[in-house]
Write a protein that binds this ligand. Structure first.
Ligand code: 5GP
Length: 146
């Protein structure tokens, strides 16, 4: 059962946390990292991950989870300020059959814009890093000016 497997330290988010793969960073503190999704489903698609190792929502420490959702709310508010979306989807997948592809716990923040389609999960096109860094800077401006 994939929900109770062993954490694989070679997953892509572990490599991002270790600084071995670049990301368009939005936010970092001692427990959380947030960065732009490299294959965005919508403009402003952002990920929020804990630094503590867990595969999914069910094998994470409840305190870590509580902190993670608080930070997701904080970053989601900044995304609302930065992009003025008409709605925001927060998603999180547990296990491959549920759609999870990276086995390090994360929340997706997906701004939605009236009339705009959302690309299907994992079918977004790879984004230009410069554009992702520009978007991350907009979110940071909203985070730190509030
Ligand atoms: P999951 O399918 O596990 O819920 O979500 C994994 C997310 O990670 C996907 O939305 C995918 O686009 C994103 N992703 C995959 N590889 C990378 C990467 O190297 N960098 C970044 N920033 N996002 C990635």
């Amino acid at each position: 059962m994939s929900l109770s497997g062993t954490y694989d330290p070679s997953n892509i988010f572990a490599k991002i946390l270790a600084g071995n793969i670049p990301c368009a960073q939005v936010y970092e503190d001692d427990r959380v990292l947030s960065f732009m999704d490299a294959f965005p489903q919508t403009r402003g698609h952002t990920l929020v991950i804990p630094k503590a190792r867990s595969r999914n929502l069910f094998d994470t420490d409840p305190e870590e989870l509580a902190n993670l959702i608080k930070k997701t709310q904080m970053i989601g508010r900044a995304i609302e300020t930065a992009f003025s979306p008409d709605g925001i989807v927060i998603t999180q997948f547990n296990g491959a059959p549920a759609g999870q592809t990276v086995f390090h716990l994360h929340f997706h923040i997906l701004p939605r814009y009236s009339g705009d389609e959302m690309a299907k999960h994992t079918s977004g096109q790879m984004a230009d890093m410069e554009e992702l860094n520009t978007q991350a800077a907009l979110i940071q401006a909203a985070l730190y000016n509030n």
